[in-house]
Design a protein around this ligand. Structure first.
Ligand code: GDP
Length: 534
């Protein structure tokens, strides 16, 4: 029997042991280091440092990635699988920069929980807050790791207060730090009554773990200096009075987060966090879909595309669609139905990402992420099933906040430009609109940096220098309504009308006033800032 706290013990064991989660954090809080230690304890790598080393080897393959490195951001996300004890962890990487929030949002539709890493000296930072809000939209369970406890950190109660206040979530300590900064010696494991002592001499060594019989156990004094022990007892007394205990139900609803204290670089506290993920999970969840929801334990396989990445391997101009399996037991070679086109697809070369390497996935279960190489058939939001016409919902496309016109440096290359733009639109890297009047394209993004990334990718991947330039438009809205009403509206507003890469009609404007006017003058037409991808 798996040691876990679940209300759905009827899941097949292979599904029940899966934990699919993402890490959210502000840059520099220690996400990469923590990922490395996860892989180390998951047995996926032999030595810490390999993730970075591999990351760098990959980056040198293209200047685009070098740009990513220069800016210290992670533009592309991937998924990694590894085992921890009897559990299978799937860690889905989120892009770190705020300009990529839409991508992040979609990534978070593919996970069942998030680990929030904060820097003990800094507390809740801006990016943590933003990502947290995204998790909140989905009521994702959150496990918190307060990192860098080996250095001078803020007062622990103050950190907890800040999380509770700024993020409006209750906090329950799963462990408690003993000493601070240079005096930090380890943690008291509240969930298991154990003393975990950090080894400062060997960063890759797992902490020494000592079973304790409650706070009065004389063994404590053998390992903890008297002044620190006194403070620990006082602190834990206050914890008991002021903070709630760990209630798995509240955690699953996303209203309570357990917090572990540790030091990723010293491998300290990481195992306890992993044990927490294993125990409190949660296991693969029910997936929202139309016309019915999907249960992970269903026999038939289903899944959805939450991310498309091009040119992962520059030698093959392939794209990989990342699919989160929502149900069933997938086996390589299976024929699945691509619901949008109603066409069958034989999935012959699915890949799993074990540590930083791609491997053929012979099988996979609900909760797993597989990569399906394809030539552009698979788009974000697509559902794959064994035939049933299900459509996974809740993967929105947001209206861009910045719009710019784009032109090829060489006017003869307009066709190439169109092809490149379509690829990025399908990847979800940008919105591309073709105005009804005139030539050229308008590109929409969420953050300015995306224009730069696009320009460098178009140049690198298509050998096409491009220029972005100002347009008269600042907002885009999707146009919905009965066919006749929409036709009438578009006819009389042609200079504002464009089509997105799916052919859906979009209204471009520069004034909120225009949007209000449309809503007044055309009551049968609705303008929306999001569109469900399908
Ligand atoms: P990311 O930007 O969130 O991926 O952060 P990194 O994992 O790259 O870490 C940022 C910096 O903090 C690096 O220089 C790490 O070596 C350092 N770091 C990570 N964890 C710890 C820790 O537990 N203690 C200390 N002192 N430094 C750490």
């Amino acid at each position: 029997m798996l040691d876990m706290n679940t209300n759905r013990r009827d899941l097949p064991p292979e599904i029940a042991r899966r934990r699919t989660f993402a890490i959210i954090s502000h840059p520099d809080a220690g996400k990469t280091t923590l990922t490395e230690k996860f892989l180390l304890f998951g047995g996926a790598i032999q030595m810490a440092g390999q993730v970075r080393a591999k990351g760098e080897a990959r980056r040198t393959r293209s200047d685009f990635m070098a740009m990513e490195k220069d800016r210290g951001i992670s533009v592309s996300a991937s998924a990694m699988s590894f085992d921890f004890k009897e559990f299978r962890f799937n860690l889905v990487d989120t892009p770190g920069h705020s300009d990529f929030s839409e991508d992040t949002y979609r990534t978070l539709t593919a996970v069942d929980a998030a680990v929030m890493v904060i820097d003990g000296a800094k507390g809740v930072e801006s990016q943590t807050q933003k990502l947290f809000e995204v998790c909140r939209l989905r009521d994702l369970p959150i496990l918190t790791f307060c990192n860098k406890m080996d250095r001078e950190s803020r007062d622990v109660f103050e950190i907890i207060d800040e999380i509770q206040e700024n993020l409006a979530i209750d906090v329950t300590p799963a462990s408690w730090p003993i000493g601070i900064g240079r005096d930090f010696i380890g943690c008291y494991d509240i969930l298991r009554d154990r003393l975990e002592l950090m080894d400062r001499a060997d960063r890759n060594r797992v902490a020494e773990s000592i079973e304790i019989n409650g706070l009065d156990d004389p063994k404590l004094a053998e390992h903890v200096p008297a002044n620190l022990l006194e403070k620990l007892r006082e602190d834990l007394e206050m914890v008991r009075e002021l903070l709630p205990p760990l209630d798995p139900k509240l955690m699953a609803e996303g209203s309570l987060t357990p917090i572990w204290f540790g030091s990723a670089i010293n491998s300290f506290g990481v195992k306890e966090l992993m044990e927490g993920i294993a125990k409190y999970g949660p296991e693969p969840q029910i997936q929202r879909a139309e016309p019915r929801q999907i249960l992970p334990e269903e026999d038939k396989v289903s899944g959805f595309v939450f991310k498309v990445q091009a040119n992962m391997d520059p030698k093959h101009r392939d794209r990989v669609a990342f699919v989160r399996l929502a149900s069933g037991h997938f086996e390589r070679g299976m024929k699945l139905t691509h619901v949008r086109s109603k066409k069958p697809m034989a999935i012959t070369n699915p890949v799993m990402f074990l540590a930083a390497d791609r491997e053929l996935a012979e099988e996979a279960w609900a909760g797993d992420i597989i990569g399906i190489p394809n030539h552009g058939q698979l788009r974000i939001g697509d559902t794959l099933t064994e035939g049933e016409a299900l459509r996974v919902t809740g993967i929105p496309s947001f209206a861009p906040e910045l719009l710019q016109g784009v032109r090829a440096g060489d006017p003869m290359k307009a066709k190439h430009l169109e092809k490149a733009l379509m690829q990025f639109a399908e990847e979800g890297a940008a919105k591309v609109f073709k105005p009804a009047i005139g030539s050229g394209f308008i590109v929409g993004v969420v953050g300015q940096l995306q224009f730069e990334v696009l320009a460098s990718r178009i140049e690198l991947e298509y050998g096409l220098p491009v220029r972005f330039e100002a347009t008269q438009f600042t907002s885009a809205r999707w146009v919905n309504g009965a066919r006749q009403a929409v036709d009438k509206f578009t006819e009389s507003n042609k200079q504002h009308i464009a089509h997105d890469h799916d052919g859906d009609i979009v209204y471009l404007t520069r004034l909120q006033w225009d949007i209000d006017r449309v809503e007044r003058d055309y009551p049968e037409v609705t303008l929306t800032a999001t569109k469900e991808m399908m």
